[in-house]
Design a protein around this ligand. Structure first.
Ligand code: HEC
Length: 276
């Protein structure tokens, strides 16, 4: 591992070096701003590395065995952050998961445990279903996921950077609903942040680069018939289909019918609150 102090100028330069396809390197920033770079080999031989079995892995949709390190042992003093701060996990394709810190630090069998799985160079993982790449070089996976209701988009794979950031509603005021917004829109906002915000910016908020902004310039409720929008969220290919489409559907376990209605209530509410 290489660590750089918060103010090391040349570490800043490293951040902007282009990522080459074969660079199995993980960039980590601690709560106090210490920036470290790990190579896959170092993580595979980390003192806390273990072989773990992950039931119903979020990326592969099946049980998987990994060499992995407990995430909490890599991310500095996670207990030192305030309750408005979350873990920001960025993937090579521009997917950005915001994971609440309590999910990562709670211990014991009654909670899920987050692990960083590392793809060994000499034993590559299989390709992801429907893709021509694996989940490597690094993937955030959960043991006992059901115990903490880990959501389908809280399994970021092809991870390249992990750091801390203010949780989205605190970081971007333009995500907020009007005072007195209906409860289903409020629930929809929470679901949106867990299940959609990793790939979609909203009203100018967010840093993901995968999918379109879902409020600017237009909100999907402005141009989709309501029933078509429900179908698109459940199963995008049932509305339109092309080889490079990237949005997957959601099973009813991943997003119930009521949750889809809540997300649409949030979109509806945001359509009237477009940022300048
Ligand atoms: C894994 C990334 C990903 C996730 C998660 C995701 N989307 Fe998408 N979505 C995309 C991408 C990329 C597109 C552009 C079309 C494509 O490539 O499939 C898209 C397209 C859309 C569209 C069509 C927009 C248009 O005008 O064509 C809507 C509506 C939409 N997503 C809503 C949602 C909602 C609501 C959620 C959360 C419940 C969500 N998406 C979750 C990646 C994602």
């Amino acid at each position: 591992m290489k660590s750089y102090g918060k103010h090391a100028l040349w570490a800043q330069f490293c951040l902007f070096l282009p990522m080459t396809a074969q660079a199995a390197e993980l960039q980590l920033t601690s709560p106090s701003g210490i920036f470290s770079v790990y190579q896959a080999d170092e993580l595979l031989s980390h003192p806390q590395a273990r072989d773990i079995v992950v039931a119903n892995d979020g990326g592969y949709g099946q049980d998987m065995t990994y060499r992995a390190v407990p995430l909490v042992s890599l991310i500095g003093d996670a207990n030192s952050v305030d309750d408005q701060t979350g873990l920001e996990v960025i993937a090579l394709d521009g997917f950005v998961a915001n994971i609440p810190v309590p999910l990562i630090i709670r211990e014991g069998d009654e909670h899920a445990q987050a692990w960083l799985a590392i793809e060994p160079e000499d034993a590559p993982w299989p390709n992801l279903p429907g893709k021509d790449v694996s989940a490597g070089p690094f993937s955030v996976v959960w043991v006992n996921a059901a115990a903490s209701h880990i959501r389908s988009e809280q399994w970021p794979y092809q991870v390249s950077k992990i750091g801390y950031a203010e949780f989205p509603p605190a970081r971007w005021p333009q995500l907020a609903l009007a005072d007195g917004a209906p409860d289903n829109a409020k629930q929809g906002q929470t679901i949106f942040i867990d299940q959609c915000f990793a790939c979609h910016r909203m009203n100018g908020a967010g840093i993901t680069e995968l999918g379109p902004n879902l409020n600017l310039p237009m909100n999907p409720v402005d141009y989709f018939k309501p029933e078509a929008l429900v179908m698109l969220i459940r199963d995008p290919a049932s509305v339109r289909h092309w080889p490079d489409m990237q949005m997957h559907g959601f099973t009813t376990d991943q997003l119930s019918d009521a949750e889809i209605r809540d997300v649409i209530a949030y979109l509806q509410a945001m359509a009237g609150r477009k940022a300048e």
